[in-house]
Design a protein around this ligand. Structure first.
Ligand code: HEC
Length: 141
């Protein structure tokens, strides 16, 4: 009986894990306001404080020509960091936790003190999912 319960608990945890893939692009557009000061996206997007964000899905981190990345971003790219739902999601939730030394000065959607608070994690994941859905509309996949 105990085993069954544990298996059931494991399953419900899996089911509760939000998928970054199910975002709402319209809501994501609003979330992107937090990024706009530094990033452009869409036709003719150029580097601002940060690099443009077209076609980032499947792109190796730190490889857009003409942008001066931090050492660590370039290093991570060389080590094989490719941007996808998972890696972008973790980066957006906490840039400095995901990549110590990045020069992206954005606090992230999930504060360190909240990482074990289910509600806050869910809220952050939802924001990220919406943001990813929005960014995906600028990615040819
Ligand atoms: C204060 C400016 C700033 C803000 C705000 C900001 N970024 Fe950045 N972003 C940067 C900089 C600078 C880099 C380059 C980091 C490095 O080289 O370490 C970067 C890098 C990135 C990259 C990696 C791109 C690549 O070519 O590998 C992505 C993706 C990204 N930012 C997305 C976002 C999103 C989405 C938001 C909003 C939630 C955001 N950023 C908010 C400045 C910012």
């Amino acid at each position: 009986m105990k085993k069954v319960l544990i298996a059931f608990a494991a399953l419900s945890v899996l089911a509760a894990t939000p998928s970054f893939a199910e975002g709402d692009a319209d809501k994501g557009k609003k979330v992107f306001k937090k990024c706009k000061a530094c990033h452009a996206v869409g036709e003719g997007a150029k580097s601002r404080v940060g690099p443009p964000l077209n076609n980032i899905f499947g792109m190796t981190a730190g490889t857009q020509e003409g942008f001066k990345y931090s050492k660590v971003m370039i290093e991570k790219g060389k080590e094989g960091l490719v941007w996808n739902d998972e890696t972008l999601g973790e980066f957006f939730k906490a840039p400095k936790r995901f990549m110590k030394g990045t020069k992206m000065s954005f606090a992230g959607f999930l504060k360190k003190k909240d990482i074990d608070k289910e509600k806050k994690v869910k809220k952050a994941d939802k924001k990220v999912a919406n943001l990813l859905a929005y960014l995906r509309t600028f990615s040819a996949e």
